[in-house]
Design a binder for this molecule. Structure first.
Ligand code: ADP
Ligand code: MG
Length: 694
């Protein structure tokens, strides 16, 4: 019987209370317990001579008690001095009883395990584990393998866990087929991987000669083998999701491109080569009778919006509606304006549906979507809400994907096109991730990359300044405004409080007004009415405002080419991705632009490294790479990794070098061993990934 289907209660010693504790660790079946791998190890396989000890070692020593005494210092304690002939070591106890003192009488042989510390005259161990040796020391067997230390939970001791794991390993040893091998033999031999069962046995009880450091880093072959299998399972599950969706019907959008032609003629600039290539890739997908699932990666300012507009035109021309969803109201409003400007001359109707659309305006917008009168709809997550119906939805465009979870995407998809056709899906992100990672994390999506910026951009010069030099910064703003340039002043989040952030922006505005007479100043923040925000943004666009004081609401999408100076206050509070997005608001025109990252010292080590990365490069791919290294993929990729997909053994960064081979194995399995797909997904993801409801 497969171990998956054996409940943990099958093991001796697991009653309802133990079951509950194990459940806290995510252990429900015997299989789960086998995959509950040690976090660390202890080496009780050998005895270390005292003379060779160094502080920090976790070791076993053996020796004879020379002397034991109670010492009255600030605290009462028991000290026992041990000698093994090579040197002396002190055992120190803060909690003890008289029995303890008696056991450690002079001449007694003891074996101790613990962490070595630099003490006074000798090295010492505080509260060692102690075993008394009576008679022949050689008769006292040492462990034959390293001792596992498991991640655990309150009330569940290591010895108990070890006993349970031993039972599970016994079951496995007697029935290896209980944990069937799911990697194809050729994959296994190409990498010299052990079988799953061998790897599991090995990782729980590694032989003493194995490097503990290697094990704890997770880079031993046995661990890598499991990581490989896990990454493979995820890759396969995403591909299954992709295949599943590709089997659904979608509207084939293959017009003659008449709308696109007019649009391009009116556009004041030619498309870059990269934009053209990506548009071709998108249009190829759109012409198929299956839903597209494409991710467009492109650095800040690479011109993703135009690409989105052209895709929308393809849908509209074929008689369908297109929707563009943005992560913030401000960005939705901006997109609404751009699309209105672009599409109105083509006689197309654009609607806006944001959370703040209320009353009559909202009713009208909804009616337009439902009747099909609105051909292009721009909105925020308000588009997911109940009561939003589309007449003929053909294309869903999601801007800045990293702010939406996979479930939200699916929800919008379910709004569906007419005739049971699923709409096409285009996802755009400025958080580019390395290709190998993208192939793995976004394996359910086809990827396009806009790897070229429009010509004539000058890289933004970035300067890091302490806020003690604020007067100079103010001076710089003054002269920029006087020479007709426009400036952003960004106030950053204080402890996640939107309210405080808005207040800080209001205060900054008042202060700046004081300091910068003659400069026209505007303010936008998240707590203002949409209409007010719009008004200010419009005035800034028309250059009727010189200095825009803002919260991080302007982080994504805001596009004013004449703005060439950005000051970010307390930039040490922001992450790399956010800083890069913000900085992307300048350097959009041909004027030389700068970004002043002001900070309030002293800087933490991490903040310092973030700011210096920002100073060193403008390359979004490089910044994303460093961001991954600093924060880890879970944080960077958002809910997709942390909520929808969690890795048990693999670590996307550490194991990145496995990904190309995982890709190869995944191809192989799909072509030659499709029967392995479901068991692999079942083993590693189980019920975690629902695509029944896609
Ligand atoms: P992002 O990729 O960050 O969303 P946008 O779509 O906002 O970038 O484009 C940034 C700016 O570049 C906009 O002002 C846009 O009009 C302009 N732009 C886009 N494509 C080109 C191009 N091929 N040539 C010149 N400017 C372009
Ligand atoms: Mg954009």
């Amino acid at each position: 019987m497969a171990l998956d289907s054996q409940p943990i209660t099958r093991l001796k010693g697991v009653g309802p209370r133990m079951e509950e504790k194990l459940a806290k660790l995510g252990v429900h079946s015997v299989r789960d317990l086998l995959f509950h791998l040690p976090a660390r190890y202890q080496d009780r396989t050998r005895i270390t001579p005292i003379a060779t000890l160094r502080p920090g070692d976790n070791v076993m020593i053996e020796g004879e008690v020379q002397h034991t005494e109670i010492k009255m210092g600030r605290r009462r304690m028991l000290l026992s001095r041990i000698s093994d002939g090579s040197g002396l070591l002190t055992l120190r106890f803060f909690y003890f009883n008289s029995g303890q003192q008696n056991r450690l009488s002079q001449g007694q042989r003891v074996r101790c395990f613990g962490e070595i510390r630099g003490g006074g005259a000798t090295l010492e161990i505080i509260h060692p584990e102690i075993k008394l040796i009576n008679g022949n020391s050689l008769a006292e067997a040492l462990d034959e393998s390293l001792t596992p230390i498991y991640p655990t939970t309150e009330g569940l001791q290591q010895p108990t866990l070890r006993k349970l794991v031993k039972q599970a390993l016994e079951l496995l040893a007697h029935a290896e087929e209980a944990l069937p091998e799911l990697l194809p033999a050729e994959t296994r031999s190409a990498h010299h991987y052990p079988t799953t069962a061998e790897a599991i046995q090995f990782i729980h009880y590694p032989p003493p000669e194995v490097s503990q450091a290697e094990l704890e880093a997770g880079t031993h072959l046995a661990q890598q083998r499991l990581a490989f299998e896990e990454l493979l399972a995820h890759q396969l599950s995403l591909r299954e999701l992709h295949r599943h969706i590709r089997q659904q019907g979608g509207p084939a959008l293959d017009g003659n491109g008449a709308l696109r032609k007019i649009f391009l003629q009116r556009l004041p600039f030619p498309l870059t080569g990269a934009q053209q290539r990506v548009i071709t890739e998108i249009n190829q997908d759109l012409s198929q009778p299956h839903p597209m699932q494409r991710l467009v990666q492109g650095d800040v300012g690479s011109g993703k919006t135009v690409v989105a507009a052209i895709a929308a035109l393809t849908a509209i021309e074929a008689g369908y509606q297109a929707v563009l969803m943005a992560p913030t109201e401000l960005l939705a409003e901006q997109h609404y304006q751009s699309f209105s400007e672009w599409l109105a001359p083509l006689d197309l109707q654009v609607s806006l549906l944001a959370g703040k659309s209320k009353g009559k305006q909202r009713q009208e917008a909804l009616a337009n979507l439902e009747s099909g009168e609105a051909q292009m709809i721009v909105g925020t997550h308000a588009l997911f809400q109940q009561g939003v119906e589309f007449a003929r939805l053909g294309l869903v465009i999601i801007d800045e994907q990293h702010r939406f979870g996979v479930h939200q995407r699916l929800a919008l998809k379910e709004k569906g096109a007419a005739d049971n056709l699923l709409p096409h899906q285009l996802i755009m992100t400025a958080t580019p991730i390395p290709r190998t990672l993208a192939m793995s994390v976004f394996a359910d999506l086809d990827c396009s990359t806009i790897d070229e910026l429009p010509p004539g951009r000058t890289p933004v010069e970035t300067v890091v300044v302490p806020d003690t030099r604020r007067p100079e910064v103010i001076q710089r703003i003054h002269s920029a405004c006087q020479s007709g340039r426009q400036v952003y002043w960004v106030c950053t989040l204080i402890e996640e409080s939107d309210l405080l952030q808005c207040q800080a922006a209001e205060d900054a505005e008042i202060e700046l007004r004081d300091l910068l007479s003659g400069v026209r100043i505007g303010l936008v923040h998240g707590r203002m009415k949409s209409s007010e925000k719009e008004q200010i943004m419009d005035a800034f666009k028309r250059a009727e405002i010189d200095l825009l004081v803002a919260t991080t609401v302007i982080e994504v999408g805001v596009d004013v080419a004449n703005a060439s100076l950005m000051v970010i206050e307390n930039s040490e509070r922001l992450g790399l991705a956010q800083l890069h997005q913000l900085r992307g608001r300048v350097g959009r025109g041909t004027t030389r632009s700068s970004c002043l990252l002001m900070y309030h010292g002293p800087l933490s080590r991490l903040a310092k490294s973030r700011l210096s990365i920002m100073r060193e490069t403008n390359d979004g791919f490089l910044i994303a790479r460093r961001d991954l290294e600093i924060r880890g993929p879970g944080e960077v990729l958002g809910t997709r990794q942390t909520g929808d997909i969690t890795l048990q053994v693999a670590d996307l960064l550490r194991d990145e070098q496995l990904l190309p081979q995982v890709e190869v194995a995944s191809e192989l399995i799909q072509q030659r061993y499709p029967q392995l797909i479901q068991p692999l997904i079942q083993r590693w993801i189980g019920k975690g990934l629902k695509f029944a409801d896609v």
